[in-house]
Design a protein around this ligand. Structure first.
Ligand code: UDX
Ligand code: UDX
Length: 478
């Protein structure tokens, strides 16, 4: 394949990592740049096979609008493969989109990101790339990771045949939110490109200009770009923790958090986004990015700054714990042997992703307490729930203590339950028939709405108790 070093024309893009970020991002690039061949590589053969599955309902990432794009471009200019070697060799631009989980052990355990996959990718690129290659950090990374990548790549600047290879490194963080990823990619608020080399910045910018207005493409130095991603996520998570802390105060004082967030958000200086209280933020980014920020602050001895940001994670954990404690209290302090139905297992609606989902935490607390859980989610697979609850027994036949069951049918999941907890705001839960549900539940039955989407009056009129997050009642104050 030709490499066009002297022009901005890119013929081949490779992306390492066919996950929630790599898959949708590359699908949109391929759709918008039909003259570029986009190859997505992943070490996970099962994942690659699913991306190539003839039945588009089986692609491994559920995102509204994604399968339609994949249908248009797959095997035309978008390819999913395990062939890392050829994909790297042929690429003008390589995106690194591998996962960077929090380190479980060693230096920085519990806070710092584990960069072993990123380092491995850099080594593979260093070994296999030909000529000049632009390497783009797409994964969210700790600040100054670009320096690590650069050092690894520079140490591989000649191959065994003494052919010279050169690299430009860019940071191009992803701001897509799961569930709205395609829309976020098509109409981004901004595209951020950090780098030191103008040629590389312009080359990547040209690709985005195929569908993003130039004024929305922001260029910065590498470190500002890396830090901006962490700070953006920290600010968004901070708003969620702020309003969640207020939800508890609303319950205690008789205020209503929906009304408070509406009144506060109408101030144009504050804005309405990310003021929706709920069971706490989940997803692969928020917690990890704040912990990274905290680690970075501590590294530079900015302990007050670190403590400030860490509190956001603590409030998030507390929100899930307090919801669980409240449920147990309402169920007379005992859930041992009681059947509780969990509606929604993904960390938000319109995604099948369960990473850091509040439902997992709440389910864990209740299982430890002795509850029997019935779990429903419209998109999360039975297999995924089994992985998330691997410490607990799945009971496929009857219900035994500390066990859980998966149900594909929401009404089946609600049968014989003592309580229902709505944990994810799926649209289909808004239209449930509470009359028939109430008939099939044990009494006194409880409905706990952590997303504030159900019709409390209808639920109460059908003989069930209803608790809604952030809704105080004057009665509770007395
Ligand atoms: C992304 C970003 O990469 C991460 O930094 C960000 O904070 C969260 O989102 P995501 O796409 O959501 O990750 O992760 P995931 O769905 O786990 O996909 C990563 C893929 O990379 C996996 O399919 C994994 O198999 C693949 N991978 C990982 C490789 O192909 N090679 C490796 O060496 C490591
Ligand atoms: C986030 C960022 O929004 C995105 O820019 C970044 O690239 C990746 O991380 P994501 O985690 O996919 O995206 O979803 P997001 O919509 O931000 O929601 C995160 C969590 O916060 C979810 O659990 C959601 O339910 C919760 N949330 C969000 C609230 O509880 N209230 C809100 O008002 C908004």
């Amino acid at each position: 394949m030709n490499k066009n070093l002297n022009s901005f024309e890119v013929l081949n893009i490779c992306c390492i990592g066919a996950g929630y970020v790599g898959g949708p991002t590359m699908a949109v690039i391929a759709d918008k740049c039909r003259n570029i061949k986009v190859t997505v590589v992943d070490k996970n053969s099962k994942r690659i096979n699913l991306w190539n599955d003839i039945n588009l309902d089986n692609i491994p990432v559920f995102e509204p609008g994604l399968k339609e794009i994949v249908a248009r471009v797959r095997n035309k200019n978008l390819f999913f493969t395990q062939n890392l070697k050829d994909s790297i060799k042929n690429a003008d631009i390589i995106f690194i989109s591998v996962n960077t989980p929090i380190k479980q052990s060693g230096l920085g355990a519990g806070f710092a990101s584990d960069l072993k996959w990123v380092e491995k990718c850099a080594r593979q690129i260093g070994e296999l790339a030909l000529g000049h290659t632009i390497v783009v950090e797409k994964s969210t990374l700790p600040v100054r990771t670009a320096r690590v990548i650069k050092q690894i790549l520079n140490s591989a600047s000649t191959d065994n045949n003494s052919n010279k290879r050169t690299f430009s490194i860019l940071s191009n963080p992803e701001f897509l939110a799961e569930g709205t990823a395609i829309n976020d990619l098509l109409y981004p608020d901004r595209v951020l490109i950090g780098g030191e080399d103008d040629y590389a910045i312009q080359t990547l910018s040209k690709i985005y200009q195929n569908w993003v207005p130039q004024k929305k493409i922001l260029t910065t130095n590498l470190w500002s770009s890396e830090l901006s991603k962490l700070v953006s996520n920290a600010f968004l998570a901070q708003r969620v923790s702020s309003i969640n802390s207020i939800s508890a105060l609303c319950e205690a004082t008789g205020a209503n958090v929906k009304e408070v967030s509406n009144a506060v958000g109408l101030d144009s200086r504050i804005g309405r986004e990310f003021l929706n209280s709920g069971p706490g933020f989940g997803g692969s980014c928020f917690k990890k990015d704040i912990l990274n920020l905290v680690y970075l602050c501590r590294f530079f001895n900015l302990n007050e700054v670190a403590d400030f940001w860490y509190q956001i994670v603590l409030i998030n954990d507390w929100q899930q714990k307090r919801i669980y404690e409240l449920i147990v209290k309402k169920l007379f302090g005992n859930v041992d042997g009681k059947i509780i139905t969990i509606l929604g297992f993904s960390f938000k609606s319109n995604t099948n992703d369960t990473r850091e989902s509040p439902a997992i935490k709440i389910a864990n607390y209740l299982l430890i307490e002795g509850a029997q859980l019935k779990i429903h989610d419209p998109k999360v697979s039975h297999q995924q729930i089994a992985m998330d609850l691997k410490d607990f027994q799945e009971d496929k036949n009857g219900m035994s203590l500390n066990s859980w069951q998966f149900s594909k049918d929401v009404y089946e999941a609600l049968k014989n339950s003592d309580a229902v907890i709505l944990t994810t705001e799926w649209e289909e839960y808004k239209g449930l028939d509470w009359r028939s549900i109430s008939k099939s539940m044990r009494k006194p039955g409880w409905v706990f709405d952590t997303r504030k989407i159900l019709n409390g009056i209808e639920i109460k009129n059908n003989g069930l108790n209803y608790w809604c997050l952030g809704e105080g009642s004057d009665l509770e104050m007395i």
